[in-house]
Design a protein around this ligand. Sequence first.
Ligand code: CA
Length: 242
Amino acid sequence: MEYKSRKTLNERLNSTALKAVLFDMDGVLFDSMRNHAAAWIQAMKRHDLPMTVKDVYMNEGRTGEGTINIFSRRCLGRDATEQEIQDIYKEKSDIFNTLPEAQPIEGAAEVLDNVRKRGLMRIIVTGSGQVSLLKRLDESYPGHFTEDTLVTAFDVKHGKPNPEPYLRGLEKAGRTIGLSSPLPASQAIVIENAPLGVQAAKAAGIYCIAVNTGPLEDQVLYDAGADIVLSGMSELADELDT
Ligand code: CA
């Protein structure tokens, strides 16, 4: 199984059909999940919605509203009100913004440079809706991304695990190379770190490499449908180098 998935990974990475790599952002390009976890746990606690670190990672990729509703139903037996959703999400964002800025993930710059050297498109598919996102990306990974190669919370109705974010990614990739239709799923790969993100990629029909940069067991990512689970971006950089 292990040998077979490695072989498939190498075939995928070296396939001449491959045109684009779709990158998730938090936990793949930035070491930001610790901060998200701390902010979620603190904000939810104020509203009597206890959340563990594992809960945060299991729900990573969901919209803020979706996450708040799941815990409201679980702990209070009802959906959160519009007001509660607004308040909790704002508090979470405020706490997040007080935390030290997340650093680039080890190995991510090497992966991006290798992908560029191979002439492949680099697309971001994130549930984040930060306004300064592109600026931040360009500071850490200069020259890799533009407005046209970014899918954010503003581009989709449904968050992960819905396939919509990755389907938008294929559309943007298609447009970038002048196709009148989305890039076929078979010509892309996804790099994800979260179970719901893996589910979204697989629901969109795309080969998915999971990099396990958080505290969850590898098996959780395989159960979500990952084609292979690597220990991090450095391991992926090594695979690309060989
Ligand atoms: Ca992520």
